[in-house]
Design a protein around this ligand. Structure first.
Ligand code: PEP
Ligand code: MG
Length: 316
């Protein structure tokens, strides 16, 4: 019965009353594309481009090599959306030739956009490769930066995209609490937000995502994290812009309903989760999702937040 229910779950993501929530896939490269297409992803919400940089420990891949890989992903979603994240090196994703090896706290050091602003030639080559890959394709390209802390970061990234002549929307990931708190200011520089809930949890709770002993604080049901999601989504709405989620939080079907209720406009996840999220979302109205979101935010612990949302959504 479960299999039949999932098979029946096709088409665009939406609540039972027709509020659309595009369901997108997280991919790490062209080899992840078939599973995303198979799952009926409406596009890619997070293309992690780090994989391309792992082959050579001394230098970045050439523009040609990058363009070839980007084009394979873009071609798979004609007319669809593809959100490419520029290189997120450092911390849990160190690269020998870019990441300083002597930082006492790599997660708080030079990583993500900070690395690219220190190595502008790497960012320039990547953006040029993206422009080359998208040329002549009908795809709707969006490019976003990881680890944006403030408006200055957002402006530096948008300027780099403009200088590269990129025909795309430019966005900022919200992974640092400062970015959520000042989302409206960041949105003066970029056209969309995407919440990276894995890092946002890490930085909100001062809990290293690689340390199992503090995993309780990495739980995406933590009400403080939900508050920052809500603030980001409300800020985007006030600016007439979109705010998606591309962290692990989006792959939990119940939490996906809560995120929708908080005002998130798209959900991106590993392809395998898409049918489950689609089926659960389709069982609830937007108003129910909003009630579940309020109930979750009123809780004091992750466990209670989940139970409260579950109670609302199962009609108790
Ligand atoms: C995140 O931090 O939630 C995210 C999507 O990026 P990554 O997991 O690649 O750091
Ligand atoms: Mg991240």
């Amino acid at each position: 019965a479960r299999k039949a229910a999932l098979a029946a779950s096709t088409g665009p993501g939406a609540t039972s009353d027709g509020h659309k929530v595009p369901l997108l896939a997280n991919v790490g490269g062209p080899s992840d594309v078939p599973a995303a297409v198979e799952a009926g992803a409406e596009g890619v919400g997070l293309f992690r481009t780090e994989f391309l940089f792992l082959d050579d420990s001394k230098q970045a891949p050439s523009q040609e090599k990058q363009a070839e890989a980007y084009r394979k992903v873009l071609e798979a979603f004609p007319e669809g959306r593809v959100v490419v994240r520029v290189l997120d090196a450092g911390a849990d994703k160190p690269l020998d030739f870019l990441t300083p090896g002597d930082e006492p706290n790599p997660a708080l050091g030079v990583r993500g956009l900070r690395t690219l602003l220190d190595h502008p030639e790497v960012l320039r080559t990547q953006l040029a490769a993206l422009a080359q890959a998208a040329e002549g394709l009908p795809v709707y390209l969006e490019v976003m930066a990881p680890m944006v802390a403030d408006r200055t970061d957002a402006k530096a990234f948008a300027d780099a995209c403009r200088e590269a002549g990129l025909q795309a929307k430019f966005g900022a990931m919200v992974e640092i609490p400062s970015a959520a708190l000042r989302a409206r200011s960041i949105l003066q520089e970029v056209e969309f937000l995407s919440l990276g809930t894995n890092d946002l949890a890490q930085y909100t709770f001062a809990a290293d995502r690689q340390v199992g002993a503090v995993s309780r604080l990495q739980d995406p049901w933590q009400p403080a994290l939900l508050d920052l999601v809500a603030l980001s989504a409300e800020s985007a709405k006030a600016e007439g812009k979109s705010c998606g989620v591309c962290g692990e939080a989006a792959s939990d079907p119940l939490l996906a309903c809560v995120l929708t209720g908080l005002g998130v406009t798209s959900l991106s996840m590993g392809a395998a989760s898409i049918p489950y999220v689609r089926a659960t979302l389709a069982k609830h109205t937007l108003a129910q999702c909003e009630r579940a979101a309020s109930a979750a935010r009123a809780a004091d612990t992750a466990e209670d937040a989940r139970a409260a949302a579950q109670a609302v959504l199962s009609g108790e």
